[in-house]
Design a protein around this ligand. Structure first.
Ligand code: ADP
Ligand code: MG
Length: 241
């Protein structure tokens, strides 16, 4: 069964010392699905994403990506690309160098690197920015480059941690449309963390509403909105019943 799912999270728990942050989570993300993890600050969204990325060691359970048990794999071997809230671009490098850096480290041939950068630049409309430095870019442009860095790695699964939180409302809605377009075009699996209900409702195939390290409801946006399972989900996202 596991092979059918792009990301499988089985009985995952994570404790920081004696504090239980994630409690016995089970999630199956289908191939090509856009799953949003939605919940208030501190509910464990970033922690869960970091577990999937391999940046945190889990206390219990297993994680499968494309059917392969990656629970003990290094982040770089998991076939994932991550985009954070802060852009984390190298300030001294041009956009092009920022995009190619990881590929050069991995030893990819130059023509292949150029091909991937050209494709990413085209999709994200950052071609004219390739020779600029991050300081010469707007916030929206920087976040496009950050997405581009995950894109050129040709990964199976994209993980986004509140990538639009630092942007103003107008840019947020523009980039929301772009991320949606990107997903349609690439048709790969995306797991997207946000505390923003609008973002969740517009982007998601399914939404996992989280509170206190537990999933309160995992459903498609319409069901979550119209049939919230409990008071918490209703007050956080659902229509007033
Ligand atoms: P979210 O991303 O939903 O805002 P987080 O995943 O960042 O929430 O945090 C979930 C909980 O875990 C919070 O209560 C936070 O204080 C706690 N936490 C996060 N990182 C650590 C850490 N390194 N050590 C101890 N507690 C942590
Ligand atoms: Mg967070």
């Amino acid at each position: 069964m596991t092979d059918l799912h792009s990301v499988s999270i089985k009985d995952l728990s994570l404790n920081f010392g004696s504090i239980s942050v994630l409690r016995d989570l089970n999630i199956e993300v289908a191939d090509g699905e856009f799953l949003v993890l939605l919940g208030p600050s501190g509910c464990g969204k970033s922690t869960l994403l970091n577990c999937i990325a391999g940046l945190l060691e889990i206390s219990d359970g297993q994680i499968f990506i494309k059917g392969k048990n990656v629970t003990w794999e290094e982040p770089k071997d998991r076939g994932i690309g991550m985009v954070f809230q802060s852009y984390a671009l190298y300030p001294q490098m041009t956009v092009e160098r920022n995009l190619s850096f990881g590929l050069r480290v991995a030893g990819l041939p130059k023509p292949e690197i150029q091909k991937r950068i050209a494709a990413a630049a085209d999709i994200l409309q950052i071609g004219p920015l390739l020779q600029r430095k991050p300081a010469e870019l707007s916030g929206g442009q920087r976040q496009r480059v950050a997405i581009g860095r995950a894109l050129v790695r040709d990964v199976d699964v994209f993980l986004f941690d509140e990538p639009l939180s630092n942007l103003d409302a107008k840019l947020r809605s523009e980039l929301r449309v772009e991320i949606k377009r990107l997903h349609h075009k690439l048709a790969n699996t995306m797991i997207y963390v946000t505390h923003d209900q609008i973002e969740a409702l517009t982007l998601a195939d399914r939404i996992a509403v989280m509170k206190g390290g537990l999933i309160q409801q995992l459903d498609d946006p319409l069901t979550i909105y119209n049939k919230p399972r409990n008071l918490f989900v209703a007050s956080f996202i659902g229509s007033p019943a």
